[in-house]
Design a protein. Structure first.
Length: 249
């Protein structure tokens, strides 16, 4: 595989990532419920299929009448690793400027590669990002709605998908391994796995691993995500085919 400047820079950054930088990374308990690598089967993921973070982030959103109204700005996930809501950026419709709404996942229809929400000109206020029945978001440090991706803080035990994407990934020894490239969800919005792109030291591969969240000491504020595996365990991993997962081919 050709080494890109980005990956080379990443490898240097990971190599320089000392213990102090990952000291906040999650600490696992006795490991009794951690899935052993030799019991982790890609075929189960491929057979179940689903969608990934790359597919849903920035995805066009339409109404039930199939009128385009905007796109997915972010995804809110709860402490059970289940999608709670989509943050949707609305623009150019209903005589309003750009605004953001939070649509509960149970009101989102994902079918045939499209995302539909039950919004219209009369009810979009009901999904206001900071009002109504939405209890997911706090307005911390928000100065303008266009900053929603970086500035909106999720509420208790609710986190943004972008809080995990591109984080460093470390091994159980705190050694730098790579970064979180993607996240897989089943069709019900439950996280199935995280996709890790490994650094040069591990051969520049792309691998799927179980996701260990809040119940394992992880916090979205951390800049590193710890895999509970050793270098020897991950060295035998096969590359994961995201296209095969999405298309169930």
């Amino acid at each position: 595989m050709t080494n890109s400047p980005i990956k080379t820079t990443l490898a240097v950054a990971i190599a320089a990532l000392g213990v102090s930088s990952v000291a906040q990374a999650q600490q696992y308990g006795d490991g009794n419920d951690v899935i052993a690598i030799n019991e982790w089967n890609y075929d189960d993921l491929y057979n179940q299929s689903g969608f990934d973070a790359d597919w849903i982030l920035d995805r066009d959103v339409s109404t039930s009448d199939e009128d385009d109204i905007g796109s997915v700005e972010n995804v809110l996930v709860n402490d059970k690793n289940q999608i709670e809501a989509l943050i949707v950026q609305i623009g150019g419709v209903w005589d309003i400027g750009d605004t953001h709404v939070a649509v509960p996942w149970n009101k989102v229809d994902v079918a045939n590669g499209n995302i539909q929400v039950p919004l219209n000109a009369d009810n979009y206020d009901d999904y206001d990002l900071f009002a109504g029945e939405n209890e997911y978001i706090s307005k911390s440090a928000l100065q303008q709605t266009t900053q929603v991706d970086d500035e909106v803080d999720a509420g208790s035990k609710i986190w943004k998908l972008t809080d995990l994407i591109d984080d460093y990934a470390t091994l159980s020894s705190d050694a730098g391994y790579g970064y979180i490239e993607n996240v897989l969800f089943n069709d019900n919005g439950q996280i199935q796995a995280v996709i890790v792109s490994s650094s040069e030291a591990y051969g520049y591969g792309t691998y799927a691993y179980p996701f260990y969240g809040y119940n394992y000491g992880w916090d979205p504020a951390y800049d590193a995500y710890k895999l509970p595996y050793t270098a020897d365990e991950v060295s035998g991993m096969d590359s994961f085919n995201v296209d095969k997962y999405i298309n169930n081919e």
